[in-house]
Ligand binder design. Structure first.
Ligand SMILES: Cc1cc2nc3c(=O)[nH]c(=O)nc-3n(C[C@H](O)[C@H](O)[C@H](O)COP(=O)(O)OP(=O)(O)OC[C@H]3O[C@@H](n4cnc5c(N)ncnc54)[C@H](O)[C@@H]3O)c2cc1C
Length: 643
């Protein structure tokens, strides 16, 4: 998929172009066949949820857990108690482990792992501890693993692919090369991008009865005229004509304005307002475009600027004849793809492969193999991640609750890091600490930070979203309907797509419609009409309050309605479900509709990431960019600040 028409989620766009972008131990056992008409049997790993699983225990293998994953039960409660000032009043005494490190990294996502790598590059004999609140390593870069008919099947539980609006920096590209990842060569060798098209499968749009009046799936074959595609839909004639106008029209809605002037207007107008007030489209036509920006921006057409979506090839702008290149706003080029994005490559488990390669780089004995290809099938030995004699240790199920200098931050030689694990509170010491967690938790970990910095760290609101991996007995219904991906603007999950076909190392994708396959479903909880950050806060509450049964019921209902006409029966054909819930998903990127235009250097993420004594701040939040390259670049900057 090209950068222009690919979103991180693999979510298909309304026109069929693909556009981008869930806690441990809900259901702990991969559910094999035999799912009956009722809900799937649930095997709640109560032992893990109540007392953190020990990563050294025999059989500890989080990637194969199904049920509620992403921010799994057991991973966030401590942090939330800290936020609510409800942790320390109930906390027992802190036990000093006596462990002493050169560096402690808070957060085992790609940024934290990269920070450990960069630190060791400068000080090869450094002793490093990485602490993470999840049961697995990688943060958003999470691996969902299934055994389907005896074969390994992988899907990204979070970070989908190597892909950024900017070319990867020399630093980020350099790290990929050090890890043996050549995205261009891998893409050429391993990705069969035309596989489904060659099978005659196209992209579909599903009109649901609640939003549009009747359930109807339409298929949009390449180059099909929109008038023909819409013929079978429940839309009125006016709505159909308006969609044709939006997709194929050539009207210049701003005659007499220069391209720059048009862009300036579009930057301050939502896509919904553009369609409603400028294009004068029918509300039902606008509803078709409402969720199209979910995957990339985490909000709908009401809260994303028209300029940003123009740069992603959204329709309606053809007649404006805008010059290529983005109009920089907020000091950024949010409309970045128009300027040329990065190379792209999707590992079968998404960027979890990058996280795993970093783990191999840091603790070679934990993950066998030597290449970016063999890492895909290599089995991580979690019992080797936290060995006392190792130079680098990764401790899971450990939520850091306090990071403070032992003495005056200006002159202290040591930092103390306190973490909660199960029912115990422990402390370690280090010469330095990199906070590669979320910006918004940092003020709770480090109350001694200056107030201005704490306010800045609180500014952004991470974007909540859900990636769901569903295992099916086969994909014959997709074949019968002629679809590989579906955009469902009014449905619970706004997109679903068959797993990508990638053969890499010993990993082989399903190729026959009779074979079991994984399907990727995306839901972004939104509250249209509210400012973006408020939508994210509401969405976060929404997905944290939703139980697995509700997600499962919606998955079954939606797949039956979309795929039923192709012979699909959820009760028979679904064999496993992994719901990855990410209440703290994408880093917040500024929105010209709602955020001020800060002077250079004054944006909250810049103020928020300032080094504080021996504590430096990494994570993609520190770059206000929800991309892997940002996570890596920020790790590099943070480590550089410590030397
Ligand atoms: C669903 C989804 C899809 C995405 N797709 C893409 C994509 O296709 N391409 C792309 O480039 N980017 C994508 N991203 C963005 C992704 O977030 C970044 O690419 C990158 O992986 C972020 O890495 P990070 O280390 O900065 O943060 P994270 O991955 O969030 O890692 C931070 C870790 O710190 C942990 N932590 C937080 N507080 C504490 C604490 N107090 N104690 C211990 N641990 C703590 C967190 O729980 C987490 O495990 C996606 C993000 C999401 C959510």
């Amino acid at each position: 998929m090209s950068a222009q028409n690919t979103d991180h989620s693999g979510a298909p766009a309304a026109d069929g172009g693909i556009t981008r972008r869930d806690f441990l131990d809900g259901v702990a056992i991969a559910i094999g066949g035999g799912a009956s008409a009722g809900l799937l049997p649930r095997f709640v790993a109560a032992a893990v949820a109540q007392e953190p699983a020990t990563q050294d225990a025999a059989g500890y293998y989080p990637p194969a857990l199904t049920g509620l994953r992403g921010d799994h039960p057991g991973s966030f409660e401590t942090a939330h108690a800290l936020r609510d000032a409800d942790f320390w009043p109930h906390a027992g005494a802190v036990g000093a482990t006596g462990e002493d490190y050169d560096l402690v990294v808070v957060g085992g996502g790609i940024s934290g792992l990269a920070a450990a790598h960069f630190y060791r590059a400068r000080r090869p004999d450094a002793r490093i501890l990485i602490l993470d609140n999840h049961d697995d390593v990688g943060g958003h870069a999470k691996r969902n693993e299934f055994a389907l008919a005896g074969r390994l099947a992988l899907m990204n539980g979070g970070t989908y692919l190597i892909d950024s609006p900017r070319p990867y920096s020399a630093v980020a590209d350099g790290l990929l090369r050090t890890l043996g990842v050549d995205p261009v060569a891998l893409s050429k060798k391993c990705a069969d991008k035309n596989f489904y098209a060659a099978h005659g499968l196209a992209r579909g749009v599903f009109f649901d009865r609640e939003t549009f009046g009747a359930d109807k799936l339409v298929v949009r074959r390449k180059d099909a005229a929109w008038r023909d595609v819409l013929a079978g839909t429940p839309l009125s004639e006016k709505a159909r004509s308006d969609i044709v106008r939006i997709e194929e029209g050539t009207t210049d809605y701003f005659p007499g304005l220069s391209s720059a002037e048009k862009k300036a207007r579009l930057a301050r107008m939502s896509y919904r307002d553009f369609l409603r007030d400028v294009v004068k489209a029918d509300p039902a036509a606008i509803a078709v475009y409402q969720a199209r920006s979910h995957g990339e921006w985490g909000v709908g057409a009401d809260a994303v600027s028209a300029l940003d979506v123009w740069a992603f090839d959204f329709p309606g702008f053809q007649g404006l004849r805008l010059e290529p290149g983005s109009a920089p706003h907020m000091g950024y080029t949010a409309a970045g793809y128009a300027d040329g994005g990065s190379y792209t490559f999707h590992f079968p488990d998404g960027n979890a492969s990058i996280a795993r390669l970093l783990v191999r780089n840091l603790i070679p004995e934990s993950l066998p193999g030597a290449s970016a290809e063999d890492v895909v099938t290599a089995k991580l030995d979690y019992a080797r991640l936290d060995r006392p004699q190792a130079a680098v240790r990764i401790r899971l199920n450990a939520t850091v609750v306090r990071v403070r200098h032992l003495g005056d931050p200006v002159s202290a030689s040591d930092v103390e890091i306190v973490y909660a694990r199960g029912s115990t509170l422990s402390s370690v010491r280090a010469r330095a600490c990199v906070l590669a967690c979320y910006n918004m938790i940092i003020p709770y970990l480090c109350p001694e930070l200056p107030n201005r910095q704490k306010e800045a760290l609180h500014y952004g609101s991470k974007i909540p979203l859900m990636y769901t991996s569903v295992a099916l007995r086969n994909w014959q219904a997709f074949k019968a309907l002629g679809i590989a991906q579906v955009y469902a603007p009014g449905s619970y999950f706004t997109s679903l797509a068959l797993n990508e076909v990638v053969d890499i190392g010993g990993y082989k994708s399903a190729r026959s419609p009779a074979e079991p396959v994984l399907v990727h479903l995306v839901r972004v909880p939104v509250a249209p009409g509210l400012p973006e950050r408020e939508q994210h806060r509401m969405g976060r509450r929404d997905i944290l309050a939703t139980d697995f049964e509700t997600f499962e019921r919606n998955i079954r209902d939606q797949l039956d309605r979309v795929l039923g006409p192709g012979g699909f029966v959820a009760a028979r054909d679904i064999t496993a479900i992994t719901v990855n819930r990410w209440p703290h998903g994408y880093a917040y990127e500024y929105n010209p509709l709602f955020d001020p235009d800060w002077p250079l250097g004054e944006a909250p993420h810049v103020i928020g990431r300032a080094r504080f004594g021996r504590i430096a701040i990494a994570n993609s939040d520190a770059g206000a960019a929800a991309y892997t390259d940002s996570a890596i670049d920020q790790a590099h900057r943070a480590v550089g600040e410590l030397f």
